[in-house]
Design a protein around this ligand. Structure first.
Ligand SMILES: Nc1ncnc2c1ncn2[C@@H]1O[C@H](COP(=O)(O)OP(=O)(O)OP(=O)(O)O)[C@@H](O)[C@H]1O
Length: 623
């Protein structure tokens, strides 16, 4: 190995930067930015109001329209759960059933009004989802799919043993003051009002702070944790929200039919809801509306025509809808909504211009310890994987305004040390503390919220998000707005401050001209800057950077060096793992050299450059 440890030549003061990119022209293949997607479903509202006014529309069509609206509610929940949070459920029809049975019990057995029945429906479906979530969400993504499927089957077995709710007219109609929603035309008004409110609240949720947390999960739980996002809570939110929307749909269905039969709550129906969501586009609110309308209109003709055509028996509904689902995933994996949108892209509202950070309200800053105060300490950390001692007795301290480098050959244990310091891994022995508090027992999102930010060796960005949207994810721990505030649109002032912070950090790392580009499409060097800007949104006291200069061109490295130097002057403590010795030697105040998990030497760059053990073991005698 021949790595020069000598100090490189002086850098020019003014570094050449790339020419600013031309104004963004969205290409048809490019995904619609998340922030613009939620505007579009509203374009369907006038159509939904006008259709029932067509003269001579039969009552059966009005019932179909009501059913489309009810199915859209369930699909809306699946957009949040599957399209945004990346979790699959094969049991949404069970939550619809719980909602329907809840209101049936409340109104027919307990004599309560349908409005109280709505409360029972929401509480029942939400509680069932929370229980399933507690049992599965810590285990991994795929467990939820299996458990919801099993729960749906068990629910059907229970339901088929019940009787008493099947008599026609068993449930009372919904009445609001003197207006009853007993006929399909009036019921459609109720469905439309509920669906409009649900679309508005879902848009608010997904645009807000907790919605961003759900989007962040698509970049992986490791990265989400480093942004202060509690993945378990975020997933639980998505699961309960989707189940409550399904419960709401069950309440509507029960009062539309005025009876409850198990037929609509089985696994077949759950697959139909998934099909609707995939058909429309699982990450689009508009897709839920489109998919529900199309499937409600086409379901009966398709299920009547396809089985004989394919030589199947007519009751093999599951085979047909499963086959259609597979076909859709192959032909239009993004769903029909984005395809429908393409011709209309030119009428999308213009992308908002970057907001000058200095004119926007600032978020409260974290109290900073004085220069030289100890921020992070590790004492004799050890971690083994099976027989491999990845980290074996490493100690270090990091002070405010200091940059510490961790160097060593591949597999020396540097990344594992970062995982131990940031709470991703638990040490086998030894202790780490951040701001005097033990790291052991704290989750990565807790440490991030306290001000310990980090980046990763392999960049973790969320596909399809712009630079601005990606950096905004980093403000999560700086906000307080919960789900209700976002759903009711009461988080405006906080959102403005969080956005301003994102702009400030984008400006700080020099990415303003790229703010509306898709982050994953940028060169690797700029992707790393996006990650750093996102981490800086936490207002961290400590920043752990894992190979920040890897894959960067020389001038990008020089810009990064200036940026990290600035952060040091601002009083941050920085620790970096890096293989580029020139970069490390120019920047760091202190070095920890690792080899086979052990600490080979510590000292200033000058001391390390002269250390015979380092020269022998790490550089093979070439200095
Ligand atoms: N999750 C894991 N399971 C098993 N072994 C692991 C795991 N993580 C790391 N290791 C092993 O621990 C040792 C240290 O790995 P680590 O990634 O910390 O090294 P590193 O110094 O960061 O290497 P590089 O410079 O290549 O990133 C390696 O032998 C690696 O194979």
């Amino acid at each position: 190995m021949s790595i020069a440890l000598s100090r490189g030549g002086a850098l020019p003061r003014e570094l050449p930067r790339d020419d600013p990119p031309p104004p963004r022209q969205p290409s048809p293949a490019e995904p619609v930015p998340t922030s613009l997607r939620w505007l579009l479903p509203w374009s369907l509202l006038p159509l939904a109001i006008l259709v029932p006014m067509l003269p001579g529309l039969p009552a059966a069509w009005m019932v179909l329209l009501c059913q489309a609206g009810i199915a859209a509610l369930v699909a809306l929940g699946l957009v949040v759960l599957t399209g945004v949070a990346g979790l699959a459920s094969f049991g949404q029809a069970m939550f619809v059933g719980i909602g329907a049975c809840g209101t049936a019990l409340a109104t027919t057995r307990w004599g309560l009004s349908p409005w109280l029945g709505l409360g029972v429906a929401l509480l029942g479906s939400g509680t069932a989802a929370a229980l399933l979530g507690m049992a599965t969400l810590r285990l991994g993504r795929h467990h939820l799919a299996l458990v919801t499927l099993a729960a749906n089957l068990a629910f059907m077995t229970l339901l088929e043993r019940q009787d008493g709710l099947e008599a026609a007219g068993a449930l009372p109609p919904v009445v609001l003051l003197t207006l009853d929603f007993a006929n399909p035309w009036r019921f459609y008004i109720l469905v439309l009002a509920v669906l409009t409110a649900a679309v508005a609240m879902t848009s608010g949720l997904l645009r807000g702070r907790m919605g961003r947390a759900l989007h962040a999960l698509r970049g992986g739980t490791l990265a989400a944790g480093a942004l202060g996002i509690n993945s378990f809570h975020a997933r639980m939110l998505a699961l309960v929200y989707a189940a409550m929307l399904a419960g709401l749909a069950g309440w509507l269905q029960a009062h539309l039919d005025r009876l409850v039969t198990p037929a609509g709550f089985g696994v077949n129906a759950s697959i139909d809801y998934l099909l609707i969501t995939v058909l429309g586009g699982s990450s689009h609110i508009g897709g839920a509306l489109l998919g529900a309308t199309l499937w409600t209109a086409l379901r009966e003709p398709l299920l009547a025509a396809l089985p004989p055509l394919l030589g199947l028996q007519s009751h093999l509904h599951l085979v047909v809808s499963g086959g259609l689902l597979l076909l859709l995933l192959q032909c239009a994996p993004g769903g029909l909504w984005p395809l429908l949108l393409r011709p209309f892209r030119r009428w999308l509202p213009p992308v908002p211009a970057p907001q000058p950070a200095r004119e926007a309200p600032a978020l409260p800053a974290r109290a900073r310890p004085g220069a030289g105060a100890e921020l992070l300490r590790a004492v004799a950390l050890r971690k083994s994987f099976g027989g491999v001692a990845a980290v074996d007795g490493v100690s270090l301290t990091l002070k405010s305004g200091e940059i510490v480098g961790l160097i060593g050959p591949n597999g020396a244990g540097k990344t594992t040390t970062f995982h131990l310091l940031s709470g991703v891994l638990r040490p086998g022995s030894g202790e780490a503390s951040f701001l005097g508090r033990p790291v052991r027992g704290r989750a990565p999102h807790d440490l991030a919220a306290l001000g310990l930010a980090r980046s990763f060796q392999k960049v973790h960005l969320v596909p399809g998000m712009t630079v601005f949207e990606t950096v905004l994810l980093g403000t999560h721990a700086r906000g307080r707005a919960g789900v209700l505030r976002a759903m009711l649109g009461l988080d405006g002032a906080e959102e403005e401050a969080l956005r301003a912070e994102a702009w400030r950090q984008i400006e700080r790392v020099g990415l303003t001209p790229y703010a509306h580009r898709i982050a994953c499409d940028l060169p690797l060097g700029r992707q790393r800057l996006v990650e750093i800007a996102r981490a800086l949104c936490l207002d961290p006291l400590v920043l752990l950077l894992d190979e920040p200069a890897a894959g960067l061109r020389p001038r990008d490295k020089a810009e990064l060096l200036d940026l990290l130097d600035d952060l040091r002057r601002d009083g941050l403590g920085l620790a970096l793992v890096e293989h580029d010795m020139d970069f490390v030697m120019r920047l760091t105040d202190h070095l920890v050299v690792m080899n086979f998990g052990t600490e080979l030497a510590q000292g200033t760059p000058r001391e390390i450059r002269r250390n015979p053990a380092v020269i022998e073991a790490y550089l093979g005698g070439v200095a």
